[in-house]
Design a binder for this molecule. Structure first.
Ligand code: TYR
Length: 184
């Protein structure tokens, strides 16, 4: 369960793994974006692993925890970085942050603002962190990390990774608190 890797939802759309995290009742799984799938949706990992959405919230917030089915192996890391994901100590505005996603890989920038509201066609999401890191469709749910500390999961934004962009992430602390999970 490596951050930034691809998974498919209900056999069609693609998102990215955020962070390996365990739930006291369900066991191994990962945090990702809520808009990637509703509670109950089935997923397929890149090499055929199964899983299902257990706690998905969107809009309002944008987090979900997916229970890992068979075939996954827990790993405290993200694609594109050799750093171990140590904890979720929150980085300040102005700190550098990098993101791992299944469409565009590893990209870095800075945290530009916290507690932002973002309007999507489905509704508004609040309490989001804004960054100068680019992202593109399919990167959603992927990991934001700063100096080895997990920060949150890619939600949405504007621009792209050719000309640059602005992307918002769901803060890890809120996702952890609301899903009752622990980083693994
Ligand atoms: N919301 C997109 C997804 O679901 C991710 C994305 C992020 C797309 C920033 C565009 C963008 O500018 O995959």
């Amino acid at each position: 369960i490596v951050g930034g890797s691809a998974y498919n939802i209900n056999g069609s759309s693609r998102c990215s793994v955020g962070f390996s995290a365990t739930h006291p009742s369900y066991g191994d799984g990962f945090l990702t974006a809520g808009h990637c799938g509703r509670t109950g949706a089935s997923i397929t990992g890149g090499t055929g692993q199964g899983g299902s959405f257990r706690y998905s919230q969107f809009p309002g917030t944008d987090y979900a925890w997916v229970e890992a089915g068979s075939g996954w192996t827990v790993a405290p890391r993200v694609n594109g970085s050799s750093a171990q994901v140590a904890n979720g100590t929150e980085a300040a505005v102005g700190a550098s942050v990098c993101r791992s996603g299944s469409t565009t890989g590893w990209h870095c920038g800075t945290i530009s603002a916290k507690n932002q509201s973002v309007s999507y066609p489905q509704g508004t999401v609040s309490g989001m962190t804004r960054t100068t890191v680019c992202a593109e469709p399919g990167d959603s749910g992927g990991s934001y990390i700063s100096g080895g500390s997990a920060q949150g999961m890619t939600s949405g934004g504007s621009g792209n990774c050719s000309s640059g962009g602005t992307t918002f992430f769901e803060p890890l602390t809120r996702a952890i608190a609301n899903t009752g999970t622990t980083l693994t």
